[in-house]
Design a protein around this ligand. Structure first.
Ligand code: PAF
Length: 280
């Protein structure tokens, strides 16, 4: 696996791949890799000739009071994992490389970037779309792979790709869960054992909503109420949002008539966790 730390090196390596007529798959990450990330790499292996990944803890998607400085970092181990999965190119730039002094240009998906996580994390999606646009310019992938766990991120990125005419096909891979239902997240590392137990309530609430949907319930208010009731079983877990929305516009849906996103975000101690399920 070649590790490239500048945009120029990364672009040259990626262009060499594409000059050979090979299809380049790309998995952007912030490191602290878990099985969820590795499932993206495996999907990329299946769909592309050469796989590039990136590790960059993007400062612009963290709020001033968020966990940027303590975000888990495990570069050596991440490299071993990526190499083991057959990644050939790893882009690992510094902050200065990605954001040279004086940079003032942002990519903002207006409206969408203020919904769901964007409401409680102002500026978060602007940071995500800006860095992914920059990563796409450095890597110029044919196909890029993202996790369904960040459903609102997926909606923002799809809209950005459409609006800015990126020639990148977006592939979204299913959420990977622990045996007890907890969605894998690098932030699960922050949880102590009691919080780890409490955190199961997010997936339990979503399962309850999915079960009610399967029984024929289509009223979003009734479904959301069922989910909130489960969330209330863990009073130490502070609900940020539980919403039933259109997966593309992230606008609330009243009656479920087509695949609809049930999404939840909650604080377990100081750790903010998210999870979701598609109904229908
Ligand atoms: O999903 C993530 O890990 C990040 O938001 C991404 C897409 C790598 C951008 O920093």
């Amino acid at each position: 696996m070649k590790i490239l730390s500048t945009i120029a090196e990364m672009r040259a390596a990626a262009r060499a791949v594409r000059r050979e007529g090979k299809l380049l798959g790309f998995v952007p990450t912030m490191g602290a890799l878990h099985e969820g990330h590795l499932s993206l790499v495996r999907a990329a292996r299946q769909r592309s000739d050469v796989v590039a990944a990136s590790i960059f803890v993007n400062p612009t998607q963290f709020g001033p009071k968020e966990d940027f400085s303590k975000y888990p970092r495990s570069f050596e181990r991440d490299c071993e994992l990526l190499q083991g999965e057959g990644v050939e190119l790893l882009f690992a730039p510094t902050s200065e490389e990605m954001y040279p002094p004086g940079a003032v240009t942002w990519v903002t998906v207006e409206g969408l970037s203020e919904k769901l996580d964007g409401k409680s994390r102002p500026g978060h999606f602007r940071g995500v779309t800006t860095v992914v646009a920059k990563l796409f310019h450095a890597v110029e992938p044919d196909v890029a792979f993202f996790g369904q766990k960040d459903a609102a991120q997926v909606a923002n990125l799809r809209q950005m790709v459409r609006d800015l005419n990126f020639a990148v096909e977006m592939v979204v891979c299913p959420i990977v869960r622990e045996a007890d239902g907890l969605a894998l997240s690098s932030r699960n590392a922050y949880l102590d054992s009691e919080q780890r137990r409490q955190a199961r309530v997010l997936s339990r609430a979503l399962r309850q909503m999915a079960a009610a949907y399967e029984r024929g319930e289509r009223n979003a208010l009734v479904l959301a109420e069922a989910g909130r009731k489960v969330m209330a079983e863990e009073p130490a877990v502070r609900l940020d949002y539980l919403e039933i929305v259109d997966p593309d516009t992230l606008d609330p849906v009243a009656t479920i008539a087509r695949p609809t996103l049930a999404a939840v975000a909650a604080y377990v101690g100081a750790t903010r966790l998210i999870d979701n399920v598609v109904l229908g």
